[in-house]
Design a protein around this ligand. Structure first.
Ligand code: ZN
Length: 232
């Protein structure tokens, strides 16, 4: 958190006032300690701190680490960030992350078109792919239904899924959504929607309620997939 600039400047002792390019950043959770960063460093820390799981201390550590690396390495990092952001979009069929209009999994002719595994997030596709058990296709919802956060079915790719099921006529749709309250709501909603058109199953979570797919180990996840059962 950066305090108001005027109050920060006023707080600088007179003997430091010649340091025009210095900003005082009051780091979140660090109590009364104030830390002095040169402005570009403060900006870097501020940006890093926006990343999930990165608190003020980690942001500072990462920033100082980056400054110590050779310039070419830092440029490669910056380039990788920009290129990934520019080149990776969503597959037009399954909405998984893809550098092509249609992702590799959807294009793979060896994968079974008769099964669509529905997940909340691209991370879940990655977790399931790591089990090497699943050979069908996917559909990424882009989240779960959560009225409290203003996320209804229309904010997700549920309509596209429904269309896909009607066109592709898969033999089975597997719902692999984490069993949180929102996840359950989403599973039941999609189940009701698709049951008239195809067999709908859900994976057997031996996972704790609220457990995330991506944190399940590969064996647990493979078993959950294997033990799937038809939705009531
Ligand atoms: Zn795809």
């Amino acid at each position: 958190m950066i305090g108001s600039k005027a109050s920060v400047i006023n707080a600088i002792p007179d003997r430091w006032k010649y340091l025009k390019n210095v900003i005082i950043v009051k780091v979140k959770h660090s109590g009364d300690k104030t830390t002095v960063y040169a402005r570009p460093l403060a900006r870097l820390i501020e940006q890093l701190q926006r990343l999930p799981g990165v608190g003020p201390k980690s942001a500072q550590r990462l920033a100082l680490h980056i400054l110590k690396r050779p310039e070419a390495e830092v440029e490669a990092l910056a380039q990788a960030l920009i290129e990934a952001k520019k080149q990776i979009g969503l597959c037009s069929v399954c909405f998984h992350l893809s550098a092509e209009p249609v992702c590799e999994i959807c294009r793979n002719a060896n994968r079974d078109n008769n099964t669509i595994c529905v997940v909340a997030d691209p991370r879940d596709v990655i977790a399931l792919e790591k089990t090497r058990e699943y050979k069908g296709k996917y559909h990424v919802l882009g989240g779960v239904i959560s009225p409290i956060d203003g996320i209804g079915p229309e904010q997700l790719t549920i309509l596209a899924l429904q269309r896909r099921v009607n066109q592709q006529k898969p033999k089975e749709v597997i719902l692999a959504i984490s069993p949180s309250v929102e996840g359950e709501t989403t599973t039941l909603y999609i189940g009701q929607l698709l049951k008239p058109f195809t067999k709908v199953t859900r994976i057997a979570f031996g996972l704790p309620v609220g457990g995330d797919l991506e944190y399940a180990d590969e064996v647990t996840l493979a078993r959950a997939l294997e033990g799937r059962r038809e939705l009531d």
